[in-house]
Design a protein around this ligand. Structure first.
Ligand SMILES: Cc1ncc(COP(=O)(O)O)c(C=O)c1O
Length: 399
């Protein structure tokens, strides 16, 4: 059969990561490819209790099973306003909060609200693959800005703003996917000022910021926003559960109203069961202790991966050493093509994501992303040893 799909979606074949996920079900594969929370860090008992309480109360049960408001249940918006204070975002009212079916929906709705076909969107190089795909689905174009340890190269950012007149800027400010890097406070402030000066929308995407294992927290970029140009998007996917699909956007009320209109056409409103269960989870005080319990698990896995990288990887590789989040980024000063080597890595039962998929222009053949959250320290050691051997053999054969 041949179908005539839209110009925007016809050339898209699904993201590399989601395609790889299908191959990863085999237990013998040690996977550093995903971005899933650890099994042990999913709060099964607490979420079950919150759901049971909702259905034990007849009025709550009906409210849960009926249609609801697009902006989301008020008790969850209330809790989110309190959480926002932790990252320095204050002065919010309910009109500044939109509940989302995962942070991805916020990215989609913001693009739906602001970009037209052919518009330019500035992103970090490298950036979140899901965002690049969504930009393409709106026939807009993502353009990479040089990014290092402390955030954007501000000269490159301003030069590209002037040259390309982008509609918006997208920044993953804390423990980025894919690099694990964090933007400094000064870099965030400068970005907020540039967004204000050039009247650009800046999306601050922050699903990982609460998973800090070491170092000092940095205030949200949104906290430096004086003019309402910054929209903060976050998610409970990495702190509670990705399967329940709960996220939120915080921003100027005019922007939130537009997201609300966009959401009406997408899913009308997020699942009441999810929103009400998450609100209860927060009200009952389960959130912070659960994160406190998860952090040592992730810290242990990150340290296991850093140690294994030091032990087994060839000297040509450099890796980030993130203070939190779920990813480590590797870059080789050698002609290593991580896409080409992927099938051999899989044949040896180890998986990663080739770094090139995270670049707006497909560069980065010598880079890779490693996720450490969903494998035990023992399997991390074994898997990195496999990859180290593969890369060493490849370098030895070529030089
Ligand atoms: C940077 C970034 N933003 C957004 C998301 C979307 O997460 P969700 O839709 O599950 O909230 C992810 C998920 O991996 C991510 O890494």
């Amino acid at each position: 059969m041949s179908f005539t799909f839209s110009d925007a979606l016809a050339p898209m074949n699904g993201s590399a990561t989601r395609n790889i996920f299908k191959l990863l079900g085999r237990p013998e594969i040690i996977s550093f490819a995903g971005g899933m929370p650890a099994r042990d860090c999913l709060p099964v008992k607490e979420i079950a209790q919150c759901c049971a309480e909702i259905f034990a109360d007849p009025a709550e049960a009906i409210r849960c099973l009926q249609y609801g408001a697009t902006e989301g249940v008020p008790e969850l918006r209330e809790e989110i306003i309190k959480l926002a204070g932790d990252v320095g975002i204050t002065g919010l009212g309910h009109e500044n909060v939109q509940i989302l079916s995962g942070g991805s929906q916020g990215l989609d709705l913001l693009l739906k609200a602001f970009v037209n076909p052919g518009d330019i969107v500035l992103v970090e190089d490298p950036t979140f693959l899901g965002f690049l795909s969504t930009v393409r689905s709106y026939s807009a174009r993502a353009l990479g800005v040089r990014t290092g340890d402390g955030g954007f190269d501000l000269e490159d950012l301003e030069a590209k703003i002037k040259k390309y007149r982008p509609k918006l800027i997208y920044a993953i400010t804390t423990f980025s996917n894919p690099t694990g890097r964090t933007h400094s406070a000064a870099n965030r402030k400068a970005q907020a000022e540039l967004a204000s000066k050039y009247k650009l929308i800046l999306i601050e995407d922050d699903p990982y910021g609460r998973l800090r294992y070491e170092g000092t927290p940095v205030p949200a970029l949104k906290s430096f926003d004086q003019t309402g140009q910054v929209v903060y998007v976050s998610s409970f996917s990495k702190t509670i559960s990705p399967g329940i699909r709960a996220g939120f956007a915080l921003g100027h009320e005019d922007i939130i109203r537009k997201l609300n209109i966009g959401k009406q056409g997408t899913d009308l409103h997020s699942s009441n069961l999810t929103m009400m269960a998450v609100a209860r989870y927060l009200q009952k005080g389960y959130f912070y202790p659960h994160i406190e319990k998860s952090i040592p698990v992730y810290r242990g896995r990150k340290n296991a991966m850093m140690e294994a990288l030091g032990r087994y990887m060839p000297g040509e590789f450099r890796f980030t050493n993130p203070e939190g989040g779920l990813f480590i980024w590797g870059e080789a000063d050698a002609k290593i093509d991580t896409q080409e080597l992927f099938s051999e890595a899989m044949a040896r039962n180890a998986a990663y994501i080739q770094g090139s998929v995270f670049f707006a222009n497909g560069m980065g053949a010598n880079t890779l992303r490693l996720n450490f959250s969903n494998e035990s320290p023992e399997r991390i050691d074994a898997g990195i040893r496999v990859l180290g051997d593969l890369f060493k053999e490849t370098i030895a054969a070529r030089y």
